[in-house]
Design a protein around this ligand. Structure first.
Ligand SMILES: C[S@@+](CC[C@H](N)C(=O)[O-])C[C@H]1O[C@@H](n2cnc3c(N)ncnc32)[C@H](O)[C@@H]1O
Length: 216
């Protein structure tokens, strides 16, 4: 169902590069979201681009309010009824906190923005406190967490100069998977020690799905 709706709207979340063992990201999400489809949820996706996935969420969750965040101002054009888009960087603490407070928190957060580890982790740290109990936090495209962006030769070509803009903002492009692995290892240690608010972390191919528990 979600996979078919995603195809209709043209998000790459259902394409061959985002599929493994015959299932796309959207088949995976259906397992978590199928039973809450009809609820009046607040859904935030980091990374809007042309708005395909936001329109998919809007159709799949008929009572949801869909929020998008993108650093590129052209994404704002994809706002429509039940889809609100903020032009912010995914590590803009004040901006994201203001958005999250005005929304009243989120039931689902999906990070499909820069896939730069420093920023992915920053978003989680800013937004997890605003995730509602029982809510889901998804990090997509973890294959990118292994890429050292400082080695990308044509930084202007890469995502329309995104890397150069990130560099100007002081983001460290030299990265290794270690930062992401350390991030997950700390969460796993919390889980194993019955500490913290994360109920589970499920690793799928290229994805991590985390659920916030209902109490510690
Ligand atoms: C893969 S596209 C999103 C595709 C969309 N989620 C979909 O499935 O249709 C990634 C987007 O992330 C945005 N982006 C990159 N770096 C960002 C940052 N630091 N903060 C917010 N958005 C960023 C890019 O401008 C781009 O539009």
């Amino acid at each position: 169902m979600l996979h078919e709706i995603g195809k209709k709207h043209g998000t790459n979340k259902c394409g061959p590069l985002h599929s493994f063992h015959g299932e796309s990201y959207l088949h995976v999400y259906e397992r978590y979201f199928g039973s809450i489809r009809q609820e009046p949820l607040n859904i935030l996706e980091l990374g809007v681009d042309k708005g395909a996935s936001l329109r998919m969420w809007k159709e799949y969750f008929p009572r949801a309010q869909v929020f998008g965040v993108d650093i590129n101002p052209v994404s704002k054009a994809h706002e429509e009824e039940r889809i609100r888009i903020s032009i912010l960087s995914q590590d803009d603490k004040a901006g994201l906190e203001e958005l999250a407070s005005s929304a009243g928190g989120f039931d689902i957060v999906v990070d499909d923005a820069s896939h730069i580890n420093q920023l992915t982790i920053a978003s989680f740290q800013i937004l997890f406190p605003f995730l509602k109990q029982g809510g889901y936090y998804v990090i997509e495209d973890l294959f990118m967490s292994y890429v050292d962006y400082s080695r990308v030769e044509d930084k202007q070509e890469f995502w329309d100069g995104l890397l150069l803009r990130m560099q100007e903002r002081g983001v460290e492009l030299k990265q290794s998977r270690t930062s992401m692995t350390d991030f997950f290892a700390a969460k796993l240690a919390d889980l194993d020690s019955r500490r913290g608010q994360i109920r589970f972390i499920h690793f799928w191919s290229m994805l991590a799905v985390m659920q916030k528990g209902s109490s510690t």
